[in-house]
Design a protein around this ligand. Structure first.
Ligand code: VG1
Ligand code: CO
Length: 543
């Protein structure tokens, strides 16, 4: 084995977004592109005794693992823990980093973005707490990528066999190929009442369906739901990870998880349906002909946490990303626990979790999690729901409706305008920001602006400040509009418009969501001048 220093020049576009660096596969396939970014990570994070590596199995995953192994060896990494086949879900990687005290982890994923040769690829660095690197680390990596002039790699060895479990030495570095599911499943068994869930699943009175969307949660779901909990074989659909996710968009929402949605709305629908995304950190929860919005899901889990063994002592606090609905705030207030509002992206929950200030957290984008790892966790959320259903012996719909009766309902939707011209999208947000001071007190139909701002966050633990995290417009009648640009896309810009209205009156809890929020959506269009500026009359994706 020889360590080779390869001269390189910087790529200008390696700034990580909301969750790692995401680009088209073709961009990552350019000579030196992946190498530059990896070397920037190694240069920025310092000595690494143990590094965890795994990805969601998308196209280019296997090739990228070989590159990482060679570069890790050349950069003096002591030992790599690698998921067999190069696979690890994002929450499982987080679990492994924490369990084995690794200094960090590299996740190969573009999460919910489509895969395949024409799809997206991504690289994310996680720190020793198992969570996404905070901004100061990602900015250091980016700064390094701007001045990089060489990378280190190990030559003179055949590719490493990533499919064989066990310990080996590669280019002088220890590599342990681990079962991607085992450590994670063991953690789930500690948190949830598997006995009770298993009784529910084998009672013959309760059927569930889990859609892995041809992505990483397939092996986890087969093992946990079918093998360990005894759900009938066939409970998990699309359970084999495919490099192109079967040509689909591995994003568990009503639009992209249509197979599952059809089953759950069908004549003989199961009692419970769920899906997860490309890298296994998102979840969608469905009852029979009933959709649980992710914001409501977070609120319901918070309200029912004591029913689950892992949270039986109660919660220290909760947090939600700013655009997530205020449903959880009401539960937190009633339970007298703190509720934090953070910018979009899981990296902002890490400090609060580490400091023990929160136990649960979530985002409107189908992400829910807790202090058990430092990532959002799809299968965990499904188990949480199963555990609470097993305890309450009620349908999903009745749990959600009872929740609304107690706390009121937050009607909530997100309208995405995808593939916009980046300059147009930036100008729309900049212009809106300029006009905020003039909005106060203005009425748009029934909606009068109470206050508005450009959301900035000061981390209560380390004092770090994140600015320009989205425009909030709050109305006097408990309605709210949020506008921000996506930080995970790879083509053009995506404008996200988040709409929310609180309804305390139980006799008004059965509206169609889009119908209920129609007026507010048109106010958003008017204030942000969406049609004038983008030429779009309607959103491209509604969730
Ligand atoms: C989106 C979501 C955000 C989530 C992020 C990563 O970011 O809105 O809530 O944390 O994706 O999720 P953005 O910047 O596009 O709005 V995942 O499952 O793709 O890692
Ligand atoms: Co994801």
């Amino acid at each position: 084995m020889t360590i080779r220093t390869v001269a390189t020049t910087p790529f200008e576009d390696q700034r990580p977004g909301t969750s790692g660096l995401r680009k088209k596969v073709a961009v990552f396939q350019q000579p030196r592109y992946l190498e530059n970014f990896l070397q920037s990570i190694f240069d920025s994070v310092g000595e690494c005794k143990t590094l965890v590596v795994g990805g969601d199995g998308r196209f280019h995953n296997r090739e990228a693992v070989q590159v990482i192994l060679r570069m890790a060896a050349a950069n003096g990494v002591g030992r790599v823990l690698l998921g067999r086949g190069g696979l690890l879900s994002t929450p499982a990687l987080s679990c492994v980093v924490r369990k084995y005290g690794a200094q960090g982890g590299i996740v190969l994923s573009a999460s919910h973005n489509p895969g395949g040769p024409n799809g997206d690829f991504g690289v994310k660095y996680n720190i020793a707490n198992g969570g996404p690197a905070p901004e100061r680390v990602t900015e250091a990596i980016y700064a390094q990528s701007r001045k990089i002039d060489r990378y280190l790699t190990a030559d003179g060895e055949a590719d490493f066999d990533i499919d064989r479990l066990g310990s080996a030495v590669f280019a002088g570095m220890a590599v342990d190929v681990i079962d991607p599911v085992a450590d994670y499943a063991a953690l789930m068994e500690k948190l949830f009442d598997f006995g009770r869930i298993s009784a529910l699943l084998s009672s013959g009175r309760f059927r569930m369906c889990f859609d892995a969307m041809h992505a990483i949660t397939g092996p986890y779901a087969h093992d946990i739901f079918e093998k360990r909990l005894g759900a009938p074989v066939g409970t998990v659909m699309n359970g084999t990870p495919l490099p192109d996710f079967g040509g689909g968009h591995p994003d568990p929402n009503l639009v992209y998880a249509h197979d599952l949605v059809e089953i759950m709305n069908g004549a003989d629908a199961p009692d419970f349906g769920a899906a997860s995304d490309g890298d296994g950190d998102r979840n969608m929860i469905l009852g029979r002909r009933c959709f649980v919005s992710p914001s409501d899901s977070l609120a319901v889990l918070t309200a029912n946490a004591r029913l689950v063994p892992g949270y039986g002592e109660g919660l220290a606090g909760v947090a939600r990303s700013m655009p997530t609905s205020l449903a959880v705030d009401r539960v937190a207030a009633a339970s007298k626990i703190p509720c934090f509002e953070t910018p979009t992206g899981w990296k902002y929950f890490g400090n609060l979790l580490d400091a023990g200030r929160i136990t649960l957290c979530g985002e409107e984008s189908f992400g829910t999690g807790s202090n058990h790892v430092r990532e959002k966790d799809g299968v965990w959320a499904v188990l949480f729901w199963l555990n609470l259903l097993a305890r309450r012996q009620e349908s999903v719909e009745s749990v959600v409706k009872a929740h609304w009766r107690t706390y009121g309902r937050n009607y909530y939707t997100r309208h995405d305008y995808e593939g916009l011209d980046t300059a147009v999208a930036n100008a729309l947000i900049d212009d809106l920001r300029q006009r905020l001071p003039a909005l106060k007190g203005r009425a748009f139909g029934a909606f009068e602006v109470a206050h508005s701002d450009d959301f900035a966050y000061t981390d209560p633990v380390d004092g770090g400040v994140a600015e320009h995290q989205g425009i909030r417009i709050v109305f006097t009648n408990d309605a709210r509009i949020v506008c921000r640009l996506s930080g995970t896309g790879t083509t053009g810009a995506t404008l996200r418009v988040y709409l929310e209205r609180y309804e305390p009156d139980p006799s008004r809890h059965d509206h169609d969501v889009q119908e209920d929020l129609r007026d507010l959506a048109s106010v958003a269009g008017q204030i942000a001048q969406i049609a004038e500026k983008t030429g779009r009359q309607s959103p491209s994706v509604v969730t």
